[in-house]
Design a protein around this ligand. Structure first.
Ligand code: F6R
Length: 265
């Protein structure tokens, strides 16, 4: 696991954008379709802003991209502004020219979430593997909406959000935690591990404890983010606040300073 400790959230956004750009412009890709795994929430927003800038100012092309969401609320009607399908269109995909038909997520609006879960797994399997999966981390250590206690081998399924997560996400629903759906569809931890490259971004003091637990704590379902320790290619991108509880912070900085010229992310 590579831990990239950077001074500011903007620096983090640039590194995450670099990781996505590396996939889009890989010399062996030659225009072939590519699956990108996208997270919602606040953490990836600066990366999305940077990708939009590179698209508009530098011509970074998203042609051939199939975008796959990590998760979706159950029960919000299609087109609801806080459904993750709408959020990702607003924050990224429309601005970089990805056709909405190429933006995929679990169907939380169709009335049959139990059937939507395996259907999404199948869609991912058919288009995958996801080349790069962006992730945030919840205050309780969740990734996707895999709340503490989630099986480390889980696949896409319905989950019940903790009250803490509903309270954390109330800011997107006018401050009303009661308006945050209780159920979600989320890629499982095992599903997430299928991606070729996992890039977790976290900024701010509130993420310091879950980042330290996920990166340096024991592998445990109690901290779902710790499952990243099982993956061969993980980049954890944190600003100095989110990295403030990492015991090996000096070593991560040392490694970054001495990265080989073409090592990439
Ligand atoms: C969002 C998601 C969640 C968030 C996490 C952090 O698609 O899967 O795991 O990444 O809750 O949320 P923010 O970034 O808003 O702090």
């Amino acid at each position: 696991m590579e831990v990239v400790l950077l001074p500011t959230p903007e620096d983090c956004g640039r590194v995450v954008a670099d990781a996505v750009q590396a996939v889009l412009t890989a010399p062996d890709r030659r225009g072939a379709p590519v699956a990108l795994g996208l997270a919602t929430g606040s953490s990836p927003l600066l990366a999305y802003r940077e990708l939009i800038r590179r698209h508009t100012e530098e011509g970074l092309s998203f042609a051939g991209v199939e975008a796959f969401l990590l998760d979706e609320y159950v029960g919000l009607p299609a087109g609801h502004p806080e459904s993750y399908r709408e959020v990702i269109r607003r924050e990224l995909t429309d601005a970089v020219g990805i056709d909405p038909a190429r933006v995929h997520g679990p169907d939380g609006a169709g009335g049959d979430p139990l059937a939507a879960a395996p259907a999404y797994e199948e869609r991912l399997r058919a288009a995958g593997p996801v080349a790069v999966q962006l992730l945030g981390i919840g205050a309780n250590g969740h990734v996707g909406f895999n709340e503490p206690g989630s099986s480390l081998a889980s696949r896409t399924r319905v989950k019940t959000l903790t009250e803490q997560t509903r309270a954390d996400n109330a800011r997107f629903f006018g401050g009303d935690a009661g308006a945050v759906p209780r159920h979600v569809l989320t890629q499982g931890l095992g599903t997430i591990l299928d991606a070729r490259h996992l890039v977790l971004v976290a900024t701010g003091e509130g993420k310091a404890a879950p980042v330290a637990a996920a990166v340096e704590g024991p592998l445990t379902a109690s901290v779902p983010g710790s499952v990243l320790q099982l993956h061969p290619h993980v980049t954890v991108v944190v600003d100095s606040a989110a990295g403030s509880r990492l015991a090996r912070a000096d070593h991560y900085r040392y490694v970054l300073e001495h990265k080989l010229a073409d090592q990439g992310w």
